[in-house]
Design a binder for this molecule. Sequence first.
Ligand code: PMP
Ligand code: GLU
Length: 395
Amino acid sequence: MEQKLSERVLNMATSATLAMAAKARELRAEGRDIIGLSLGEPDFNTPDFIKEAAIQAINDNYNSYSPVDGYADLKEAIINKFKRDNNLSYKPDQIVVSTGAKQSLANVALAMINPGDEIIIPAPYWVSYSDIVKLAEGVPVVVSTSIENDFKITPEQLEAAITPKTKMLWYSSPCNPSGSVYSKEELEALAEVLRKHPQIYIVSDEIYEHINFAGGHVSIAAIDGMYDRTVTVNGVSKAFAMTGWRIGFIGAPAWVARACNKIQGQITSGTNCIAQRATITALEAPVSKIQYMIDEFQKRRDLVLDLLRDIDGFQINVPEGAFYVFPNISSFFGKTLRGHKIESASDFSLYLLEQANVATVTGEAFGNPNCIRISYAASEKELREAMKRIKEVLS
Ligand code: PMP
Ligand code: GLU
């Protein structure tokens, strides 16, 4: 039978992070000793105190549909978290709990974007932003940032990208893939531009909030004039090592939250009830309970930076958060390594996979064709071995 897929899916790219993770899994199953540094996923187990809350929820017979936007007491815990960590005051009708921050972002896109609306996305950006925007028939306006400016968009670049069609600005801080963290001053400067353009909304993806080695996470919604136009996205996947539990959430203007609730009510309903119960325990805990993971990520960042600096040809910024390094490897373009011509970041990433058995992700997927992303959410032993192998195949 003829295969007739929608233009929508035909125009959509496959998630490069998930594709590389799948490829690494496949090669491992064939017996290859692959070190996976492609997926942004903590290698820790979910902390016991959170697992116990989930077991308790099962025993307490949480097994029915939850409210579409999340249990009331979970929304309360999220409200308290926003107050405690972000100086943001939300009411329950401004919170929507979803199946991962990924669904939170998709909800917002479908709720707010009309065909042709322009969405400014500073590059490098998280792999799914542009395709989620396109799914909603928006037009990603990608603004390239430079390693010299720590991969952050400047107020001048933002101003220059704005047109009468601009609807939103989407960014993450700490940033996946660059690890960059916007300071309060930097966000104030962006807010000053945005104040001149009141038609623009903001999606602030703060899922790496706690994985911040510089300290001082700032939510743009807390800056003068930004609260009513910002959707703050967060979740438990990263800081609480709960990627598979699938819980994300937003704090947003009530009209946006209502629309997301409506969409979710037709597409997925409320997310997994056990994961929601466990998330209450996660969010109510003091951040000190997960500090051991953050400290470990910082140690690994320092280790990876040290080891990479020892390899010729990598240009690197010092990432202050998340768990990625995003080196510029364009100095290898045009070279032939072990008979393989390197002409792009994809060639380079594939070369590392084939020759060094190390899985990374090409920067092209993040809107920067000169870089690759290396996740250091892996053990020290794996990181040392991976960097040794990379050095060998590049020398
Ligand atoms: N935003 C960013 C910046 C991410 O790196 C991720 C990675 N998972 C997500 C959103 C989605 O997270 P999740 O759906 O697991 O909550
Ligand atoms: N966000 C993670 C990453 O960037 C997980 C994979 C995904 O959801 O795309 O690798």
